[in-house]
Every structure is written in C-alpha cells, then in structure tokens.
Design a protein around this ligand. Structure first.
Ligand code: 13P
Ligand code: SF4
Length: 329
C-alpha cells in the first residue's frame, strides 16, 4: 500500500500551490471522469480513456500530471516519451490490469496462433506490447467493425466488455476472464427497485457492467458517451451505472436535472467508487508537481512494442469521438 502523505500541508492553499507549480513546470493536468470533483475542477482537461490518450499525444507541455490510474499514465508515456509523466499515487492500479499478468496472456496468445489480440486499454504496457490492436470503450465499436468477420479474435482483459461486443456484433471472440471490481458491484435487485421508484427514468451503463445490469440499460457506452447521453435525454432523472464521480460533470452541465448513481448490493452506491482512482488526492497532486515524482519510467524496447498496438487504435479510431461509441439509445 502507498504510504499516507506524512508532510503537514495544513497551512497551504493547495489549489493556489498547484496553480503556481502548473505554470512553473509548464505542466498540463489531465483527469479522468472518475476523479474526485476538486481534481476534475482544476484539471486542464477531463475525459475518457481515448480522449485522454489523444490529449497526452498532442500536448506541448513539458510535464503531464495524470490524475487517473497507472495504465492511463503509462499510455501517456508511451505516446509522449519526451515528456515527464507523473501520477499522484503509483498504487492507483486497476483490477482489470491485475487480472491479466503478461506471462499468462502470452501463453493464451500462443495457444491461439490463428487469432489476433484485440485488447482493452485497461492493461499493462507489457500486455499492450503482446497485443495487435488496443481499444477503449469509446473506440471499440468502430474498430471491431473494421476487422473482417472471418478473422478470429481474442479479447482481454474485460470479459463483460468483450461479451457485450460479441452480442452486439455477432462475434465469437475468445474472452479473457477479467472483470472491473467496481462495475461488477452493481446489484440488479437494487437497480430494479430504483427503477420502480423513478418510473420512466432511463438507465445509462458502462459496458464494463455485467449483462444483468447492461440488460436494464437504455444507453450503453463509455464515460464520455454516458455524459453525452445525460446531456441529450429528454427527461429530468437519469440512473447512472458507472463510477459515480462522473455525476459531477453531469451536475455542472445540467444543474436542473437529477442524476442517481446505480446502487450496489447494500443499496448504497458508495461501493461503486473506484478505490484505485480514489488514491489520487489534492495533497498528492501537489507533491507530485513539486517533486516531479512519482514518475512513469519505461524501458524503450517495451515502450516501442506497446506503441504499435496503441497507434493502430489511434489510426482506426480517428474521427470516432462522439459517434463511434458503443451507444445504444
Ligand atoms: P472510459 O474509457 O469509458 O472512460 O473507461 C475507463 C475505465 O476505466 C472505466 O472503468
Ligand atoms: Fe479499473 Fe474499474 Fe477502476 Fe476503471 S473503474 S480504473 S476498470 S478498477
């Protein structure tokens, strides 16, 4: 586990200090929608995995302060090796990445030599290096539709996203058995109760949710897709089946509407807060900008190998933001 911040920072105006360091370091602060509201509010850009990858590839900044999880910061380093990439807490991992050790994934690939590996971005750089094409939840649909139906595919590490794509596209991809512990925790029973309390309220779900949750959804898509759906649905109440910190952006954009996080088994949506994303705090962001650490470092051979599958994603996904999503209205 990460050591708690031991310095006494109580006299500091953290927001002002982060602002000062951002300028001094010529840093850009990128944040995922699952970050705490105070981090989202000071970020230069808040987005989904694909949008954040594109921003990291395009930035002129010298330093990328990545407020997200480690595979996202690694992606930034792979795409922008000349930049200093810092992650406020190096223990900010992901259960999907943990489910897919590179040696086991390599054996899985070797057992299926006639399959290509289409791999969700939620994995280590080593697994990216073993893959042919990376996808995010907002680029998967556009990318899969460019792969001939006769081509055999293995898909990892998220079996729910892979299963969703199989059902939607009539594919037969072999699935790695990983899951996101956060999306796995939604309760169908509690969701049905919530829907009964809010008749007519649509449900928007991330495709990392298991089928028994996705089957109740009026819209299925990436975090940015869900946000777009929240901005366009005609009603006044939306049930949101993904990590609840995204609701912050919905409330900022649509203060007159009502957004309810889908519940976990105890009827309380707090169990759906991503424990990895939650490790990043304002204190740790300040220290990371001050010390330029913890820093993502990567051996060049690994970086170049991982870059190939990421570049294929960026090429195949180009022009997809906002239309090539997994959306199902
Ligand atoms: P998005 O690409 O939809 O933002 O998803 C990232 C993620 O980790 C969801 O759990
Ligand atoms: Fe990983 Fe799930 Fe957290 Fe996303 S929400 S970073 S998939 S553990």
């Amino acid at each position: 586990m990460t050591a708690p911040v031991r310095e006494n920072l109580s006299g500091l105006d953290l927001r002002a200090e982060i602002e000062r360091l951002r300028k001094e370091r010529n840093a850009v602060i990128l944040a995922h929608y699952y970050q705490k509201p105070e981090i989202q509010d000071l970020a230069d850009f808040v987005g989904d995995s694909l949008e954040l990858s594109r921003k990291a590839a395009d930035t002129d900044a010298d330093v990328i302060a990545f407020c997200g999880v480690k595979f996202m910061a690694e992606t930034a380093k792979i795409l922008s090796p000349q930049k200093t990439v810092i992650l406020p807490d190096m223990d900010a991992g992901c259960s999907l990445e943990d489910s897919c050790p590179p040696e086991q994934f390599k054996r899985f690939r070797e057992a299926h030599p006639d399959h290509i590996a289409l791999t969700y971005i939620n994995c280590s750089a080593a697994v990216k290096a073993l893959s042919d094409i990376i996808v995010t939840s907002s680029s998967a649909e556009t990318i899969i539709s460019q792969i001939p139906e006769s081509q055999k595919i293995i898909f990892g590490p998220d079996r729910h996203l892979g299963g969703y794509l199989n059902r939607k596209f009539g594919r037969d991809m072999l699935l790695w058995p990983g899951v996101c512990i956060v999306h796995e925790a939604f309760s169908e029973t509690e969701l049905i109760k919530l829907k009964a309390q809010h008749p007519g309220a649509p449900v928007a779900a991330h495709p990392e949710c298991p089928p028994h949750i996705v089957d109740h959804a009026d819209y299925v898509g990436s975090t940015s897709g869900i946000l777009q759906f929240a901005k366009s649905f005609p009603g006044d109440t939306l049930i949101v089946a993904t990590e609840p910190h995204i609701i912050h952006q919905m409330e900022l954009a649509l203060p007159e509407k009502h957004f309810i996080g889908a519940p976990g088994a105890d009827g309380n949506c707090n169990c759906n807060i991503c424990p990895y994303m939650a490790l990043n705090t304002m204190e740790k962001l300040y220290i990371a900008l001050r010390d330029l650490a913890p820093r993502i470092e990567m051996e060049e051979g690994l970086r170049l190998a991982a870059r190939q599958s990421l570049d294929r994603m960026l090429d195949m996904a180009s022009g997809t933001v906002g239309k090539g999503d997994l959306g199902r209205a």
